[in-house]
Design a protein around this ligand. Structure first.
Ligand SMILES: NC(=O)c1ccc[n+]([C@@H]2O[C@H](COP(=O)([O-])OP(=O)(O)OC[C@H]3O[C@@H](n4cnc5c(N)ncnc54)[C@H](O)[C@@H]3O)[C@@H](O)[C@H]2O)c1
Ligand SMILES: [Zn+2]
Length: 252
């Protein structure tokens, strides 16, 4: 909803002002903040879009009281992402407070939303047009978006695909010798505590078909990978055999 509303607001009358009042955890911690809008085409995710900053974003965690657990879980995938790329203490919060979070405890959620928005706003404030570090926010999304497309955008939530995508990125980083098994465990632990998927079987050919349509696909797919917790790097190439190996490990 944030993406479609933002896209329409940015093009209607060549742009009208917009205030987001996100009602999902995912939108409160991520999609409503930062001004990126994207609309999917059959060829892929977010292929049509704009940058259009909202005038304000109002995150009221009381709105999340009616949100289904599966949607709370999906939103937490982006919070785990912030933990992995920027603030590892969020990984402990996700693991130890999973019960309260999935019960939509407003006190815990308010803290989670505040910290997440703080991280995203700082990154976007630094690099609005994604010339540099904003790309780190795409952690897990190269695999994740391809998984969504390979699934025809049905049957898997964005956050679930991102959870699988971050696991695949962790395995790929380990295969490349960039991180050790402890960093892989730091991915799995909070995701499992939240009940997010950490295993899935995906064909490398289907993911490559998605990558070829990606707007960021220039001379081969590049990944955001960690060199350690809170040490993301964008633009990393990986040999096909190691991508295949990472997918084998994701399949369990
Ligand atoms: N533009 C960005 O920067 C950005 C960032 C992250 C994600 N995204 C995109 O966001 C999308 C997912 O967003 P989403 O999770 O908000 O999806 P969504 O809008 O599809 O909402 C998920 C479900 O929750 C229901 N729902 C919403 N609020 C509710 C409430 N308060 N109570 C009960 N039910 C409620 C909706 O009807 C829907 O069924 C993905 O397409 C993803 O690519 C964009
Ligand atoms: Zn996302």
């Amino acid at each position: 909803v944030c993406d479609v509303a933002g896209f329409v607001a940015s093009t209607y009358h060549r742009g009208v002002a917009l205030i987001h009042v996100p009602t999902t955890l995912l939108a409160q911690v991520d999609a409503a903040v930062g001004g990126k809008t994207g609309v999917n085409l059959a060829q892929g995710k977010n292929l049509v879009g704009t940058f259009h900053q909202p005038r304000a974003v109002l995150c009221d965690v009381d709105l999340l009281a009616t949100l289904p657990r599966a949607e709370l879980r999906a939103g937490m995938a982006e919070v785990v992402k912030y933990g992995l790329i920027a603030d590892p203490s969020l990984l402990d919060v996700a693991a130890t407070e999973a019960g309260a979070i999935l019960a939509a405890d407003p006190v815990v959620l308010a803290a989670v939303v505040e910290r997440s928005v703080g991280i995203k706003a700082a990154v976007v404030g630094d690099d609005e047009r994604e010339l540099g570090r904003r790309a780190h926010l795409n952690y897990g999304h190269t695999f994740g978006h391809a998984i969504e497309r390979a699934s025809g955008f049905t049957g898997i939530r964005h956050g679930e695909a991102v959870a699988l995508g971050m696991m695949a990125a962790a395995y790929l980083a380990e295969e490349l010798g960039r991180v050790d098994g402890e960093v892989v465990d730091a991915h799995r632990r909070p995701l499992e505590a939240l009940g997010l998927p950490v295993e899935g079987s995906y064909d490398i050919g289907a993911l490559e078909a998605a990558w070829r349509h990606d707007k960021k696909y220039r001379r081969g797919v590049r990944f955001v990978l960690l060199a350690g917790l809170a040490r993301p790097e964008a633009g990393v190439h990986a040999p096909r055999a190691l991508v295949a190996r990472a997918l084998e490990r994701l399949a369990g």
